[in-house]
Design a protein around this ligand. Structure first.
Ligand code: APR
Length: 229
């Protein structure tokens, strides 16, 4: 179905829920080495270390609640139904816990594991992954369902189809430096969509963004959703 609205969220939408962003001061990548925990090489070198890192993040999610921005997007989905597509780069489950029903986690999800052997095998998982955890479909070793750098993000065909046809694309709480997500605004713009940015700090000028609204997600996202007709 043709989408009226495609929304892309990034770490900034979960910042006020107490989750670290990646690149801000005190961001995740100041504390962790990307090469060690978020690349295929790091995973091959030390699988246990990588599983433990994502176990820590997964188990920590229960201490964080969705904020007003997640809730506003869930309410907008209720209003727009299939005319809206929510895509997130986040691996947390705060959109789902706020009530969003259709969320495409393009960089994977902490609450799922994947299979080392078959990329189509994915399953819901809420506990602690060990070296013994197996894929329930084929018995191969599990791995975090996290898209490592240099791996292909998920749902790309579905996302690109929606971006080509949507009337409006809005990106929220993302630094727009990691591709392919960083390219969604120019792609949607080139197919005629209105492009809006909602972020704590907005770019001085961006040729592909028609409207920029600066502020905290918990304030500006509900306001923007209320006005969306
Ligand atoms: N409200 C709105 N925006 C905010 C807030 C807030 N309260 N706090 C921070 N931001 C903004 C920051 O200004 C920044 O532009 O959110 C953005 C977060 O940027 P990043 O930390 O780079 O996160 P993101 O863009 O989601 O990262 C993309 O990089 O390492 C990878 O896979 C990881 O999915 C992630 C990808």
């Amino acid at each position: 179905m043709k989408k009226r609205l495609v929304v892309l969220t990034g770490a900034g939408i979960s910042a006020e829920s107490g989750l670290r962003t990646f690149r801000g001061s005190d961001g995740m990548w100041e504390h962790e080495n990307i090469e060690d925990v978020c690349t295929p090489r790091g995973y091959s070198r030390d699988k246990k270390r990588v599983k433990d890192f994502y176990n820590f993040l997964r188990l920590g999610l229960k201490d964080h609640e969705p904020n007003a921005a997640h809730i506003a997007l869930a309410q907008l989905e209720k209003r727009l139904g299939n005319e809206m597509l929510l895509v997130t780069q986040n691996v947390d489950d705060l959109h789902e816990r706020a009530g969003s029903r259709q969320v495409l986690h393009m960089h994977g999800a902490l609450m799922r594991l994947a299979c080392e052997r078959n990329p189509n095998h994915r399953f819901v998982f809420t506990g602690e992954e060990t070296m013994e955890t197996r894929c329930p479909f084929c018995g191969a070793m599990s791995r975090p369902d996290i898209v490592f750098f240099e791996e292909q993000p998920q749902y790309m065909e579905e996302i690109q189809d929606a971006l080509r046809e949507c009337e409006e694309f809005v990106y929220i709480g993302t630094s727009s430096v990691v591709y392919p997500a960083a390219g969604f605004k120019s792609y949607a713009h080139s197919f005629g969509a209105k492009v809006t940015c909602l972020n704590l700090e907005v770019p001085a000028s961006d040729p592909y963004t028609d409207v920029c609204i600066e502020g905290k997600a918990s304030i500006i996202v509900p306001e923007w959703c209320d006005k969306f007709k």
